[in-house]
Every structure is written in C-alpha cells, then in structure tokens.
Design a protein around this ligand. Structure first.
Ligand code: ADP
Ligand code: MG
Length: 627
C-alpha cells in the first residue's frame, strides 16, 4: 500500500521544536520514556487478555528488548504489548494524546532556555526520541489484528504512515541516532540508564548487543519487593513512571495489609501541584492492580475526590481478576480498601505535620484546598482533617492550626472568627476587620473558594463555633467586659454605648433614602477607621459565597446587605451634627449614596451606577476646591 504523509498537531510541533533545540539537556531520559510506554503497552494487553484469551495466542511472556546496531548506528526498543494500528499511530504519536506531553506544554514559559531545561526534568513522552535521533521508525501490530503499520518521521513537522509486514504483535521503535548520540549504543551506558530509571519496571528488559542477550533489570514489580530493598531513587523513578510526573514525591507510603483483606499500597503525594487539580471531574490517579495485573486507573470508588492528588497504586489479592470495571465501583472490597487508605494517609499526614511543620506547610499550600473538600464530603473524617488543616490569620505571617487559634482566643471570646475572600491582601484591608484588630481578636483569613462551602457545614471546633466577621450578630460586649476587667481602659471607650439621638435620626434618614438598596442601616461596633461597611445579615448567605455562586451562574439575584455605620467617624458625626440645618436633607441624601458606593468598593463589588457615583464625587470636589 502507498505511503501517506500527515502533519503533526500544532501542539506537537511546538514540543518538537523545543526538543530539537535541547542541546544540553538530559538526553538519556528518552530511553526511560520508551521503556515506560512499552511497559504500559504490556500492562494494557495483559488486562485485555483476561477477557479475550485469543489476543495472546502467540504467548504471554511479556518483555522489552533493546538492540544496538553499531554499523547502522541504530537503537531499537521492542515490546510484545498491545501494539498500535493505523488509527492509534496517528492519534497517539501525532497528537498530544495523553498526560505526559500536555502537562509539559502547560509549564512552558516561552523562554527557550528555560523550556529546554524543563525537558530534562519532564521528558516529553515519546517525542523525547528526537533529542537523540535524526529519524525514527515505528513498526507496530495491534494484538488481535493481522496487518502491521509503519510510522516514520524526522520530527520536523510531518510523519508518514504505510502498511507493512510484521510477524508478531507489539511495537518496535528504531532510532537512527544522531552523530553525537553514539554513546547510546554502548552496552555499559545503556545498562546504567536502565538501572537508573527503569529498574522498577516489572517486565524483564533485555539488552541485545549482537553477541549476547542479557536481562538488565530486576524485573519484579517494585511494590512487591520489601521496603528495605528499595532505594529512595527507585521510589522516585517509579513515582515518575506511574504518575507521568517529573517532580519528587513529597511523601511515600508503602505498606502491605494482611489478614481479612490482603493488598499492597504504594501511594505518593507529589511535591508540586498537578496542573489539572481543579478540573470538574475531580478524578484521582491511583491505579488498581489485582495480583500484579494492571486493571484500571478509573476505579473512582478507590480514592475520594478530596484526596485526588494522590498518585500510585493499590494491588489487591482478593478482588477477582475478571471483575468488570463497572462492577468494581460497587465492590465491597474496594470500599474497604478506600477506608483503610484514607486512614493511612491522614495518619501519616498528621505525623508529618508534627515532625516537620515547614515542609507540611508547603504541602498544605499545594493541596489544602483539595483536602478541605473532605470536611463536608466525609463527615467521618471531619475532625481529622480539621486537626491537620492550616490557616492564615490576622496574627502573624505563617500558617496556624485551629488548636493554636483556640489557645490564643481572648477571654470571653467563644467563637472562631473568619473572613473569606479572594486574596490575603484584599482581606487584610477589609473594613470589617477593623473592630477585631482594635480589640486584638484574631481572625482567620480564608481565600480558597472551598472555604465558603465547608464552613457552613462544620458546627464547631472544640466547642467553639465558626463565625464570619462579615456577618451581623457579632457581639463584642462579652470580650470587652472581660477586657475592661483586666485592662484599665476608661469606661467611656466602649463603642456599644447607646447611640445619640442625632445618630439615630441620621440612620433613619439614610435608610429612607437608600430604600431597597440595603436591607438595613445599623450602627457598627466593628469599624474604627472606615465610615461604613457592608455585612451579611444574620441568617443571610455570606458575601463571598454569594459572589462565588454568582460568578458560576448558580444564582442570579443579588442579596441585599446591611450597611453598617461608624458613629465615631468624622464624616458621620459631621453629617449627624448638621441635622436640622437648612439644606441638610439633600446633603444627607447624596452622602447616603456615596457612603453605600464606598462600602461596595471596599467590598470589591462593582458599582451599579458608576456615572451617578462619578457625578456625586465631582460635586463634592467642586465644593471643596478653592474658587
Ligand atoms: P504517555 O505515555 O504519557 O501517554 P507518550 O508520548 O509517551 O505519552 O505516548 C503517547 C501514546 O502513544 C501512549 O499513550 C500510547 O497510547 C502510545 N504508545 C507509545 N508507545 C507505545 C507502545 N510501545 N505500544 C503501544 N502504544 C504506545
Ligand atoms: Mg509515555
């Protein structure tokens, strides 16, 4: 059959361009990538053959063979895995098929030097072959099919496909090495690379030098070996292989459960945030094996969404091998493993938190926002999650625990105060905190969208309930009473004194003027510097939560808020002082709207009528400028 020429997908083109420029990076990783793919291909066939024995009628001794030809300067990597037909070759090798290379693209900075350096850590899956090859030829036959296909490319934008003879299933990749990549034909160099990166692969890897064929890896599943026989480097390489990741694991958990249930777990927590952590699917990446056979990476039931950053595998001895992927979701063994896995991970995290606070804080900044979903999704583990949870607060730079917060609470304070919003900076500026600050009451600063969802779901921590600082019903009087018992503040300082008659009538006038634009106008005990702020009425939805829901189009209506007024602020006192003078009514009407707009701006809300705001400001400026 004739040869077809096709172009790489644009994204692949970008990768290839960077690869071609990677003069000094870690070229040897191409072999790790190819062996990793070969091993995946064997895993996939092994699973498919459980239900279709025919697929492996020509044998099920899976292996990878590396062959070096000095004369032709070619290196080939061959496997007897699932293989690729024409469609698969085009889709898998011509587009950004899967994880590996697409996350590389996510990280690209556009700065060529930096991007090239990234390849060393990342590998870009199959495409890394072009770091060392002038030309690459892939010949593959899919298990169960009769014709073979050849794919060829020099990595410069196009590839060709043609039908070809292949007498066994699987894939053979031949690299026509560049002049300066001859080292990859040397036996010792190849052995060293395999030992460094691929020793954990559970298939035998053979090296064929023409004279002899030698198995150069251990060939047993890494997780089935005893812990003390595995080095940290081997764990790291295995982690990179199984999770298509490039960093180091932050935490490695390897255990064997015996007794009622028999299984092995090898679970990693990454050191950095994967790029797809917050997609809607919330899928985890823990693979399920049964007796060393790879079953699926889509067993949703195995790991809860709030631990979706975990990587690694569970290998069960008890689940029947031929169970369908659908039935797995309801298998009671799976849910029992899930339970055990959650407990292990949480216990280990708690230990880490005690042993190395700084490192744990780093972990929390990466994944805390995900774990916090568990607070409302998994009531059983709520307290354990709250125990390890870390928070920023108005006291100090670092992160604190709830216990630390509680131990610092003021006498008479019986709630844990928090404020939610987009960023720490915006939160620390918010007027609602003024009263807390002046009374030295600590407030937790929460900036993850999830915070608005778990807080209403959690009753209390050690008997202290959680209270939003942006809500009505905050009563400082208990704390102040206790405070004035111990401090010798002058009694007149207390802001919660009865308002004067002038202030009361000012409030009525503002309320009348603003009408439906606000729910109420009240005297504030939380403001010390700003004249006004908006708060959510007791029982109303929190301001930040409303914002999130509106951004996501989950609600349309805007909830009206309570405008709180600082009776000590000069603007307010002079307004109230002028009541009764001629023309004051109009001035107060204008001021009422300006005050409301000011509160909206402080809250980060858009103004419903910016033109009116601007007109009022101009009038004010004119009046105050010398004529
Ligand atoms: P990744 O391994 O992260 O998916 P790669 O670029 O390494 O990305 O490989 C792309 C795809 O090509 C694989 O997902 C797989 O479907 C296919 N592939 C690569 N090598 C082989 C192989 N030896 N046998 C079968 N399929 C393969
Ligand atoms: Mg790969």
């Amino acid at each position: 059959m004739s040869e077809e020429t096709l172009s790489f997908e644009t994204e692949v083109g970008r990768i290839l361009q960077i690869v071609a420029n990677s003069l000094y990076s870690n070229k040897e990783i191409f072999l790790r990538e190819l062996i990793s793919n070969a091993s995946d291909a064997c895993d996939r066939l092994r699973y498919a053959s459980i239900t279709d024995q025919e697929l492996v009628s020509d044998g099920s001794d899976y292996k990878v063979t590396i062959t070096a030809h000095q004369e032709s300067r070619t290196l080939s990597i061959e496997d007897n895995g699932i293989g690729m037909n024409r469609e698969a070759l085009i889709a898998d090798l011509g587009t950004i098929a899967r994880s590996g290379s697409s996350s590389f693209l996510e990280q690209l900075s556009g700065d060529q030097k930096k991007d090239v350096a990234l390849i060393g850590q990342f590998g870009v899956g199959f495409y890394s072959v072009f770091m060392v090859s002038e030309k690459v030829e892939v010949v593959s036959r899919k298990a169960g099919e009769s014709s073979g296909w050849q794919w060829k490319s020099d990595g410069a934008g196009e590839f060709t496909i043609s039908e070809t003879e292949k007498d066994s299933r699987g894939t053979k990749i031949t690299l026509f090495l560049k002049e300066d990549a001859k080292e990859f034909l040397e036996q010792s160099r190849l052995k060293q690379i395999v030992t460094t990166y691929s020793d954990h692969i559970s298939l035998p890897i053979e090296l064929n030098t023409g004279e002899e064929v030698e198995v150069i890896n251990k060939g047993s599943a890494l997780w089935s070996r005893p812990r003390n026989e595995i080095t940290n480097d081997q764990y790291t390489e295995f982690y990179r292989h199984i999770s298509h990741a490039f960093d180091e694991p932050w935490m490695t958990l390897h255990w064997r459960a015996e007794g009622v249930m028999e299984y092995t777990g090898l679970i990693f927590v990454p050191n950095s945030r994967p790029y797809d952590l917050f997609t809607a699917e919330r899928t985890h990446r823990v693979k399920l094996y049964v007796k060393r056979v790879y079953i699926t990476d889509k067993c949703e039931e195995l790991v809860p969404g709030w631990l979706r950053f975990l990587r690694g595998l569970i290998d069960s001895e008890d689940i029947p091998l031929n169970v369908s992927r659908e039935l797995l979701q309801t298998n009671p063994l799976v849910s029992r493993i899930r339970k055990a896995l959650i407990s292990r991970v949480l216990a280990e995290l708690e230990k880490k938190a005690e042993e190395d606070t700084e490192s744990f804080d780093g972990f929390w900044l990466n994944f805390g926002a995900v774990i916090k979903e568990g607070i409302y999704e998994d009531p059983e583990n709520r307290d354990k999650i709250l125990k390890i949870a870390r928070f920023r607060s108005t006291k100090g730079e670092g992160l604190c625990t709830l216990d630390e917060y509680v131990s610092r609470m003021k006498e008479g304070q019986d709630s844990i105060y928090y404020i939610t919003g987009d960023s720490d900076e915006a939160l620390t500026r918010s007027p609602q905190l003024e009263g807390f600050r002046s009374r030295e009451i600590e407030v937790l600063l929460l900036t993850d969208p999830v915070d608005d969802f778990w807080l209403p779901a959690v009753g209390d921590w050690q008997g202290k309930d959680f209270k939003s600082a942006t809500r009505g019903g905050t009563d400082f009087s208990e704390i102040e009473k206790k405070d004035s018992d111990t401090n010798s503040k002058s009694p007149g300082e207390n802001i919660s004194d009865e308002p004067s008659a002038e202030i009361s009538s000012l409030i009525s006038m503002i309320k009348l003027e603003l009408g439906d634009a606000v729910k109420d106008v009240r005297i504030s005990s939380r403001l010390t510097e700003s004249p006004v702020c908006l708060i959510a009425d007791e029982g109303d939805i929190d301001i930040n939560l409303e914002r999130i829901l509106r951004q996501n189009q989950q609600i349309q209506e805007q909830v009206t808020r309570v405008l709180e007024i600082n009776p000590k602020h000069p603007v307010i006192t002079s307004l109230s002082g002028a009541i009764g003078e001629k023309g004051t009514g109009d001035r107060i009407s204008e001021a009422a709207w300006l005050l409301l707009d000011q509160a909206r701006i402080l809250e980060g809300e858009p103004l419903p009528d910016p033109a009116a705001f601007s007109r009022r400001i101009s009038v004010l400026m004119e009046a105050s400028l010398p004529t």
